[in-house]
Ligand binder design. Structure first.
Ligand SMILES: Cc1ncc(COP(=O)(O)O)c(C=O)c1O
Length: 384
């Protein structure tokens, strides 16, 4: 089987794991945790980094630190992995779902501005959703597949409404925006190191940012808000710590981040070359202003629906290829059926069901990419 996305653990992973065992530092304190925090901050272009147990818990902690709480509203795109919305719900808040743009698959900044202007009013500096009287507390754009939305505009809108911007950059390590690194663009930025990401720590995540006080708060909240070893706590904190074992794997991966991201970009280029000219498909978008980190590769099957794409996946599976459909939007998910929505989610509605993701592990070979491309051409020729 050519898998969809498995990790490449050929660096120092084993060596560092042995060091954890030899030193007995296997739990949530240890030198690799500190090292990972310094590494991710540097790679992302931020001053501070906090290691956490997952991308989801990083988002939850960051939202909490920025004051998002019960009955608040947080603006997110509907086209995202469910964890973005879940992090909002874990705060007791409600997502306000926006559409994405076809040229980036990222949140539509024009729609954010329009919806805020029409549906909210500002009372004493607080943005109130007029229909419910609830507070709008933050904007959380997603850096979809390593693409970045128009962050200049999003930050200008956020400033005008006095809202913090917390970026869900779960899969965007290595992405750049107008020659700036992806961790420099929002108040704070959250990464996932889940097993299918470009860089993994088995499971884990990190929050990066430049505001020292806020980043200290995020560290404090994520480590049970403990103030001393005498069982003293000053807030309702979370146990969202990354273990030294996870960080050992993460450090070995982060040491090779450039190579891993380059490989992801190369995979994207190779599929494009090999599938160029095939009728009925188009490619994943990459906005010109950003250097996408190309987390996943694949194609859009122009006239397909979800069932057709599932069918293509089954046919590819018969040839030993793991291909998959992609994110079903949040507004179509049971827990979010009654969420707040923008007036139109047209691009999201038509886009998601046509996406086919193809094998793109960082250790995939050129001949495997050729095999996948040939198999896909054959399926498309026979079926459509
Ligand atoms: C956009 C997005 N946000 C959040 C997450 C959650 O990360 P984790 O699985 O580490 O909790 C993911 C993971 O795939 C993601 O793709």
């Amino acid at each position: 089987m050519i898998p969809l996305a498995i990790p490449d653990l050929s660096g120092n992973e084993r060596k560092y794991l042995n060091e954890c065992i030899d030193s007995t530092y296997v739990s949530s304190v240890g030198p690799f945790v500190n090292r990972l925090e310094a590494l991710i901050a540097d790679i992302a272009g931020a001053k501070y980094g906090v290691a956490v147990s997952s991308g989801t818990t990083g988002l939850h902690t960051a939202l909490t630190a920025y004051g998002v709480g019960r009955d608040d509203i947080v603006i997110i795109p509907s086209f995202t992995f469910i964890a973005t919305a879940n992090a909002v719900s874990h705060c007791g808040a409600t997502p306000w779902l926006m559409d994405v743009k076809a040229d980036s698959w990222c949140i539509d900044e024009g729609q954010i501005e329009d919806e805020l202007n029409r549906k909210t009013e500002v009372n004493d500096g607080v943005v109130i959703y007029k229909a419910s009287g609830r507070r709008v507390a933050a904007i959380m754009p997603v850096y979809t597949l390593g693409n970045i939305p128009d962050m200049d505009r999003i930050c200008t809108i956020a400033k005008a409404f006095n809202l913090p911007v917390i970026a869900d950059a779960a899969a965007a390590i290595g992405a750049e925006y107008k020659n700036r690194k992806c961790g420099e663009l929002a108040e704070c930025t959250v990464f996932s190191f889940n097993g299918n990401k470009t860089v993994t720590s088995g499971g884990g995540g990190a929050v990066v940012g430049n505001d020292e006080q806020m980043m200290k708060k995020i560290k404090h909240l994520s480590t049970t808000a403990r103030v001393s070893s005498e069982y003293d706590f000053d807030m309702v904190g979370f146990n969202y710590r990354m273990t030294n074992i996870q960080a050992a794997v993460g450090c070995a991966q982060l040491e090779r981040v450039e190579k891993l991201v380059d490989k992801k970009r190369w995979i994207r280029r190779r599929y494009r070359e090999l599938l160029d000219g095939v009728q009925g498909i188009s490619f994943f978008p990459e906005p010109v202003y950003c250097n996408s980190s190309c987390w996943f590769s694949g194609v859009v099957i122009d006239d397909a629906d979800h069932e057709k794409v599932k069918d293509i996946c089954s046919k590819l599976k018969e040839s030993g290829i793991e291909a998959r459909t992609f994110w079903k939007p949040i507004h179509m998910q049971k827990p979010y059926e009654n969420s707040l929505k923008a007036d139109t989610l047209q691009t999201t509605d038509t886009l998601w069901s046509k996406i086919l993701t193809l094998p793109c592990s960082t250790n995939i070979t050129d001949s495997e990419i050729v095999t996948v491309s040939d198999a896909l051409k054959k399926v498309l020729l026979n079926e459509y």
